[in-house]
Structure formats: C-alpha cells, structure tokens
Design a protein around this ligand. Structure first.
Ligand SMILES: Cc1cc2nc3c(=O)[nH]c(=O)nc-3n(C[C@H](O)[C@H](O)[C@H](O)COP(=O)(O)OP(=O)(O)OC[C@H]3O[C@@H](n4cnc5c(N)ncnc54)[C@H](O)[C@@H]3O)c2cc1C
Length: 417
C-alpha cells in the first residue's frame, strides 16, 4: 500500500496512515472526494474529513525554499510522506533553475548558497546551472528521502471550516493540513508591464522567462530592445550584443552600478529594506532591486563600448519599433522584457491574506492574518541564502503552533482588498 497517495483516494482504494501533529491517525479513504459531510475521527479523537490525506504540514514547491523547509521538518523528526508532504508542479527536481537559459552557466551564477546539510562540490562552472542545480536538487531529495510528489499542481488552499485544518486542492486530489509552508517562488509569474501599442508591434516580444539564449533567431542579426534594470537585463544584453545587429537598453529608472564589494552588512541592509515593506503589508520588491548591479570587469567593458548605455523608458510600441513621449523613435525587430517576476500566490486567494497595501504582511515567515500559513522564498527571503533561513524559521514556528495542541486556530479576518 502506498501512503498518502491522492490517486488512491481518487480511486477510492486503500487506507492512509498519517501521524498528523505527531499523533497517529488512520484516515480511511472509502468516501469519495468532494463530499464535505464525510467526516470521521482520528485516533486522537480529532475530527478529520475522510477521503482526504491528512498531514500536519503541506509544503508547496520544491525549490530552494521548499527543500530547506522539508529538510528542517524531517530533521525535527517528522516523516516525509506521512507527517508532511512536498508537492511540486514542475516535471523534475531543480525548482525554477531547471527552466533557466543554457548560457546561464553555473560559473555565472553568483552568491548561490548550497541547501542545508549537503554541499554542492566539484560542479563544472561551464555547465548550464539548470543541469548542475537540477542534479544537485535531485541528489538532495534522494539523500534525505524527501519524497517530493511531482508533478502535482496546487490549485488552491482554503480553510477547511473544521478542526483548524486547511484544504490543499491539487489536480491529483486533496490534502488536509494544519499548516502550509508556501514555497512557490516567482518564476511562474513573469511580470509584463502594460505599454500602449504592445498588440500592434509586428516583431517578437519575449520575457526573461522564455529567454532561449542569444543564439535564437529572435536575436541573431536583429535590432533588439532590452527592457529592465536588473541583473537579468544586463546578462541578456552582454550576450545578445555579440550576435545582434544592434541593441538598445531601456530602463524606467537610471541603473545603479555598485563598484564596491558587496559585503555581508550591505546584504543585510538590503534585505532589511525589503523586510520593512513586507512588515507594512506592501508588495515586496526583489532583493536585487535594492542591492544595485555588480560592476564586474565584463560590465565595465560593456559600458565603455556603449552596450550598457541606458535610455529612458519609451511611451509606446509602434508596428516597427519603440516611440518615446517626445516623438523620438527607434526601430526594433525584437523586444525582450527583462522586467522581473511577481510572487506566485494566487492559489492562496481563498484565504484572503492581502492587506490594503496589496501585499501580505509577515512576521518572520508567518502570515499575520493566518498563522497556519508561512511564505518562504518570498520578499526578503527571495534568494538562496534567504530561502535556506526562511525554511528553518518556518519549521520552528509551525512546530510551536502545532505544539499548542488542539487549540482552534483563529478565524481568518475578512480581506480588506
Ligand atoms: C535568472 C535568475 C538568477 C538568479 N540567480 C541567483 C543567484 O545567483 N544567487 C541567488 O542567491 N539567487 C539567485 N536568484 C534568485 C533565486 O533563484 C531564488 O531566490 C531561489 O532559488 C528561489 O527559490 P524558491 O524555492 O523560492 O523558488 P523556485 O526555485 O522558483 O521554486 C518554486 C517551486 O514551486 C513550484 N510551484 C510553483 N507554483 C506551484 C503550485 N501552484 N503548485 C505546485 N508547485 C508549484 C515550482 O514548480 C518550483 O519548483 C536568481 C533568480 C533568477 C530569476
């Protein structure tokens, strides 16, 4: 018998043994999913809805933040697959790294921190980071037997309405849990600014999320406009300038290059700025947006050659190029939007976690409006080191919450937005 496999439940077969919150619970799955009245009691006397897989914690996402959380859950004695599950909708291990372009080699990734408990050693810096990190994450999942379930797409998380539980609805069946650690990153939600005339433009428009590398027909011999002031925009420009007919760099604000070495203290200050926004319930900015762009030797040369000469944002797109507010125009065959990503949190919408400022207020990683939910890899923890720390902190908090026993979790307050 497989444990906790939602497909068993969907077929109405078998039984699932769980130890939700530490106490063993047998949840029969004889009752079909979707019947809200089908409830029973677990061996601890708590009400559970039969036909569900009931665990203490569901971790959504198996990138750096989700794996760090799973590691710490396991390290504190919880069994993967029974006490907690990790659900991920990507086809393979690697989180968002598996989708990054082939020229983003491991050697070009900077400040990548290993996952807790296992170093990444001996990787060839010339190999694509998608492969190196994909293999490393796969080895990590095996080493700690984390039993990540994939591809499992989490469609929504809502309050179960009983027993302080949450319902995690997936394409492969539902789970109930007492806490959810959300680690869904940003990659699946590329941000495309709205600019008048976007639909008129006859050339190609791509986002970083679809960047195929510089050798694509979208760039070779073309006039390429790159929009965005972050690290990805700079990396795209350096590569595309080698093959394009011409490139043009456009940013909303003048970019800030950092010539100083970026120490730990500066890093902490940058994270603190993002943290402050999140504490105020505002949408987070990316950590990189406040750290500035690193002035490497390659960047210095590109600035001298004019590749990194920045132009202000255009007002609209025309059929054949971009047009500024003063009437100035530049012809373009391709526009590459390196305009960043937003947190993937739509599946949490039923919980109404947003503040009037449009963001989700956090205390550490815990959502202020619902302490059963933790956001890791979000806002201030959206870096590999931040994700590591957030996983540890979320697990500590979740354990404390669950240790409070059968105390009802306070009702979610109504959304202000
Ligand atoms: C181009 C680029 C380069 C970067 N380089 C660096 C660097 O050099 N150093 C550094 O520290 N940081 C870097 N970062 C940031 C770093 O990648 C991230 O902060 C960190 O790796 C993100 O980890 P994560 O677990 O939060 O998200 P992800 O790696 O995005 O993982 C999220 C996981 O959640 C899954 N998921 C999403 N939605 C659902 C759903 N509804 N149901 C089920 N599963 C879901 C996804 O499949 C994915 O596997 C970079 C980011 C980018 C975009």
């Amino acid at each position: 018998m497989r444990e906790g496999d939602p497909s068993d439940v969907a077929r109405g077969q078998g039984a699932t043994r769980t130890r939700a919150g530490g106490a063993a619970a047998l949840v029969t799955d004889a009752v079909l999913l979707g019947d809200p009245h089908a409830r029973g009691k677990d061996s601890g006397g708590r009400m559970v809805r039969r036909g569900m897989n009931d665990v203490a914690v569901v971790v959504v996402g198996a990138g750096q933040a989700g794996l760090s959380s799973a590691y710490h859950l396991r390290r504190t004695g919880w069994e993967p697959g029974t006490d907690f599950v990790v659900l991920d909708h990507s086809p393979a291990p690697g989180g968002a790294w598996q989708f990054r372009w082939p020229t983003l080699t491991y050697g070009r990734v900077h400040g990548m921190h290993a996952l807790p408990g296992m170093e990444l050693t001996g990787a060839d810096p010339g190999r694509p980071s998608s492969e190196v990190i994909g293999e490393y994450f796969a080895a990590y999942e095996r080493a700690f037997a984390l039993r990540v379930r994939r591809p499992v797409d989490v469609r929504e998380v809502r309050d179960a309405g009983w027993g302080g539980r949450l319902v995690v609805r997936t394409a492969q069946g539902d789970w109930t849990a007492r806490a959810v650690i959300n680690a869904t990153g940003t990659w699946d939600r590329p941000f495309w600014p709205r600019v008048p005339g976007q639909e008129l433009f006859r050339g190609r428009q791509l986002h970083t999320a679809q960047y195929p590398g510089p050798r694509s027909d979208a760039f070779k011999g073309r006039r390429v406009v790159v929009v965005g002031g972050g690290t990805s925009a700079v990396q795209h420009l350096l590569e595309i300038a080698e093959v394009a007919r011409e490139t043009l760099w456009v940013t909303r604000r003048p970019p800030r290059f950092r010539s100083d070495s970026f120490g730990e203290e500066a890093g902490r200050a940058a994270v603190a700025l993002v943290e402050e926004r999140v504490r105020e319930g505002l949408p987070p900015r990316s950590v990189v947006s406040v750290t500035g762009l690193p002035m490497t030797e390659q960047v210095r040369r590109a600035r001298e050659s004019g590749v990194l000469e920045r132009h202000p944002m255009f007002a609209r797109l025309a059929e054949d190029g971009v047009v500024w507010a003063d009437g100035g125009r530049a012809p373009a065959d391709t526009v590459l939007w390196a305009t960043g990503f937003r947190p993937v949190i739509d599946h949490l919408a039923p919980l109404r976690l947003r503040e009037p400022g449009g963001g989700i207020r956090l205390e550490g990683t815990r959502v202020s409006r619902d302490p059963r939910i933790h956001l890791v890899g979000y806002g201030p923890s959206a870096s590999t080191i931040g994700a590591n720390r957030a996983g540890r902190s979320a697990v500590r908090d979740v354990r404390a919450l669950l240790a409070e026993g059968n105390r009802e979790v306070p009702a979610v307050s109504p959304a202000a937005v």
